[in-house]
Design a protein around this ligand. Structure first.
Ligand code: UD1
Length: 338
């Protein structure tokens, strides 16, 4: 069984990807510092898969730890999730973001080169497109100046990988540009665990429905969209996890010094109000919400053209927006009873 190092493997997307890798016959080796995740996720992964994955605690800037992992496991590839991802925080602590998100990428690439590990999947984001001039967004859509240090780390991360591959180091790279990951594992054993007050829409919705937050504020209803609220492409985290499996399989078949980028979204845009109504309908609940002012820096509308990932990786999403809302709520309910 091929072993894949998952940095940030106890996190939201990393943990779901660990499950999908295992289901696909690949063995996850998890590295996480729990800076935005919890130890109990490892137990949950064992409950879901019946397998306790090898785990290392630390961050990817620790080269000795990476060396130890390579000594104990023959790695066929790396999926690099580990990164800070709070837009607002990144404007307050830019150096921490550049150090953690880009420093770790450099250490990881040097490590891979030294150990002859040839495959990497990099977590990028639709944030690199900013507000696109033409929708839906294809991979050829020009990237825009980043709105935040966080966004810039994703853009620069891609640039580093492109330049690195050009130098012919003997590596293959897929960068996946995620749209808006939501939902949770249908078992409700793993999901998103936001620290403090959630900044993202869906955790805020579920915490409001659970009574943890008084009400949700819809950030603006006077945009040029069907109902005036912003449009995003919401993708179920299990579908997103599956895209990583497909990306790895694709890499295994490629010649060396290869770089490719894919959008990972559903190809469908939904407004904030549509998301709220889907949540209410599928769960039979009324959500307390009000219309508030626009959020500074918000993109008005973005959604993916998914032709490339459909055709090249053979990847298609299986979950609907309603599935996302159902699974997010089931996950929130397990948190309430803890
Ligand atoms: C945000 C970041 C994006 C980053 C992603 C990581 C910005 C501008 N973008 O994406 O770069 O990759 O998080 O998770 O911060 N909304 C409300 N009320 C709320 C929360 C959100 O109406 O309480 C709306 C927002 O205005 C937006 C939509 O819900 O239209 C989704 O927001 P969010 O979940 O924060 O994601 P993005 O802004 O798309």
């Amino acid at each position: 069984m091929k072993k894949i190092l998952i940095t940030g493997g106890a996190g939201y997307i990393g943990s779901h990807t660990a499950v999908e890798l295992w289901n696909a016959g690949l063995e996850p080796i998890i590295l996480d510092d729990f800076s935005n995740s919890h130890e109990h996720v490892l137990d949950r992964l064992a409950e879901i898969t019946g397998k306790r994955f090898a785990f290392y605690r630390g961050d990817c800037n620790q080269r000795e730890l990476l060396d130890q992992i390579a000594q104990e496991h023959q790695l066929a590839g790396v999926i690099h999730f580990a990164a800070f991802k709070a837009v607002g925080e990144s404007t307050q602590q830019p150096l921490a973001y550049y150090k953690n998100n880009l420093g770790s990428l450099l250490v990881l690439l040097e490590f891979m080169q030294d150990k002859g590990i040839q495959n990497i999947v990099f977590s990028s984001s639709c944030t690199v497109y900013g507000q696109p001039d033409v929708l839906p967004v294809t991979e050829a859509t020009p990237r825009k100046d980043a709105e935040s240090p966080y966004g810039n780390t994703k853009k620069i991360g891609e640039d580093i990988l492109v330049d690195y591959v050009k130098s012919k180091p003997g590596i293959r790279v897929v960068a996946l540009r995620y749209f808006n990951p939501v939902g949770a594992h249908p078992s409700a054993k793993i999901g998103e665990l936001p620290m403090g007050t959630p900044q993202n829409l869906v955790p805020f919705i579920t915490q409001t429905a659970a009574g943890i937050r008084q009400k949700l504020t819809v950030f603006g209803n006077d945009y040029d969209t069907p109902d005036g609220s912003c449009v995003r492409d919401y993708i179920h985290v299990v579908d997103l996890a599956d895209a990583h499996v497909k990306a790895l399989r694709f890499l295994f078949e490629k010649t060396l010094d290869f770089y490719e980028v894919f959008n990972v979204g559903t190809g469908r845009g939904n407004t904030v109000l549509e998301v709220i109504h889907a949540f209410e309908k599928v769960n039979g609940l009324k959500l307390a919400y009000e219309i508030g002012p626009r959020r500074a820096g918000d993109v008005v509308k973005t959604w993916a053209n998914t032709t490339k990932i459909n055709q090249v990786l053979g990847w298609y999403p299986k979950f609907s927006l309603e599935d996302c809302m159902k699974d997010s709520w089931r996950w929130q309910l397990t948190l309430d009873t803890k």
